[in-house]
Write a protein of this length. Structure first.
Length: 74
């Protein structure tokens, strides 16, 4: 009977970060944020407040990216 030896390969932090980033689907998140910003501009009849725009960009990106990652995991 023969035994197989398991080999451990080291994975760089860069590759791990790239894999985690790909789980969030950044191109789709970008389209969702662009759509939300366009809706904000239309609703405000011009330029909305800067703080509201930043909140939509950050919050929308985190929410959509997290949802995509959970969808791939579960």
């Amino acid at each position: 009977m023969s035994t197989l030896q398991a080999t451990r390969t080291s994975i760089s932090l860069r590759h791990v970060a790239a894999d985690y980033l790909s789980l969030t689907k950044p191109t789709i998140v970008g389209l969702l944020v662009a759509t939300a910003l366009a809706a904000m501009v239309a609703a405000a009849h011009g330029r909305p407040h800067l703080l509201a725009m930043v909140a939509v960009i950050v919050g929308g990106s985190l929410a959509a990216g997290g949802a995509h990652a959970i969808n791939c995991w579960y």
